[in-house]
Design a protein around this ligand. Structure first.
Ligand code: ZN
Length: 316
């Protein structure tokens, strides 16, 4: 349950004992998604805020990997030992931040499981102290939509106590996924959304083909999800986005993958049903419904909707 907390503490301890510095390659890889050219504006915006950083910053939009990497980049910008206007990504502070082994970095990661109230409570005593190593303590709540209501309320209390050397960063796909009281307290930076026409990653192409096959032939899906019983909520979210992307491609008349080809003959009311289905599945994942179950519901819904249209006119 407290795996996140354990990780945070283990990281801090390792760094404090002055052991081996993490490798530059490892740190670079962690920052890499934040250095993409399309994130130039968000980076420029963060630079303007570096001398008076807000207590709470929200990073929304883009992709989870970019949001989390940008949160680490922000921590590096605030704590770099060599540069003031751009993190060098090579000094010991930057390297430790990139490897999440910095004593003043607290990374509560909601990507694999929801952020627990115990993890939030564990922050409280730390906040009264000065940062140990750097100038600013940075607390990242990665994919904070996976924050239980209790944990969110506990966090609100934490935010009420002033801790001038501490900056919080929340990352989430959309600010609407967070408690309004949390959003209203912070700055929001919106990362550019991934371009709709962009090809899917290899892993997601695999899932798109599997979904398209099940939607048209009604087989092959359950064996696949049974075999992937370790699939986490973040990966399941990605797979629901595959469905949404196919729908967007279909509506835009783009010649995309097999899934959007299946959607093309559908009348408007069925396309709306599809859109609702994807949103419902995403909401279910937010509320911690079993990821495999959610994906199975999505696949069955997709099959039903595709076959609600005249069977004969569908592409094979
Ligand atoms: Zn540096």
């Amino acid at each position: 349950m407290a795996a996140g907390k354990k990780n945070v503490r283990a990281s801090a301890r390792k760094a404090e004992t002055g052991d081996v510095l993490p490798g530059a390659d490892e740190a670079r890889a962690a920052f890499e998604p934040a250095l993409a050219p399309e994130l130039e504006r968000p980076r420029a915006f963060l630079k303007t805020m570096r001398h008076e950083p807000p207590q709470l910053l929200h990073l929304e939009g883009g992709e989870a990997s970019s949001r989390v990497a940008l949160a680490l980049w922000w921590a590096a910008l605030l704590n770099c030992e060599l540069n003031d206007d751009e993190p060098c990504l090579a000094c010991s502070s930057c390297l430790r931040l990139g490897a999440a082994m910095h004593p003043d970095l607290f990374l509560l990661d909601g990507r694999a499981a929801s952020i627990k109230i115990d993890e939030v409570r564990a922050l409280r005593p730390v906040l009264g102290e000065k940062p140990h190593f750097g100038r600013r303590r940075v607390i990242v709540l990665a994919e904070a939509q996976a924050l239980g209501v209790e944990a969110a309320n506990s966090l609100l209390k934490v935010l009420e106590d002033p801790s001038p050397d501490t900056c919080f960063v929340f990352t989430a796909p959309q600010r609407e996924r967070l408690l309004p009281t949390l959003v209203s307290r912070g700055w929001v930076i919106t990362l550019p959304w991934p371009p709709a026409g962009r090809p899917l990653s290899e892993a997601m192409q695999f899932w798109e083909q599997a979904l398209a096959r099940f939607a048209s032939e009604g087989r092959g899906w359950f064996d696949l999800t049974q075999a992937r019983n370790a699939l986490d909520a973040a990966s399941a979210q990605q797979i629901t986005l595959v469905g949404q992307k196919a729908l967007a491609d279909c509506l835009a008349g783009r010649n995309a993958g097999p899934l959007s080809a299946l959607m093309r003959p559908l009348p408007e009311h069925l396309l709306i049903e599809l859109s609702d289905l994807f949103v419902e599945c995403q909401d279910a994942l937010q509320f911690q419904v079993n990821p495999l179950l959610t994906l199975d519901v999505m696949a069955v819904g997709l099959h039903r909707i595709v076959h609600a249209c005249a069977r004969g006119s569908l592409p094979a």
